[in-house]
Ligand binder design. Sequence first.
Ligand code: 5GP
Ligand code: ZN
Length: 112
Amino acid sequence: MDCLFCKIVAGDIPAKKIYEDDLVVAFHDIAPQAPVHFLVIPKKHIRTLNDLTEADRELAGHILFVAQKLALELGCEAGFRVAMNCNELGGQTVYHIHLHVLGQRPLAWPPG
Ligand code: 5GP
Ligand code: ZN
């Protein structure tokens, strides 16, 4: 499958990995938008948030929990943001779901 993040999961494309387990991989974003900016992705290929199913409930919760654990490990206890862009209008550019985690700078609301 021609998917950038599946290739990162497989190790075919290098990434600065922070964490990996049976279900997910986390790695630093190649174009960080904050001093801390990493992505948590499922190893399973899921195209968009709209493609999540009941069978993915545990996986979806696990992605959030890993984001929290790593954000704290990377020094974001003062605050951080998680975001998942969905489809073109939502700003999604890579069609394998990924949770952005940004921290260590003030984050304005609403986002652009
Ligand atoms: P999206 O726009 O789909 O929400 O986010 C995609 C993110 O993936 C962007 O923040 C972009 O910088 C990041 N990204 C794109 N290609 C690569 C890559 O090859 N390696 C890494 N580490 N991040 C990437
Ligand atoms: Zn994929």
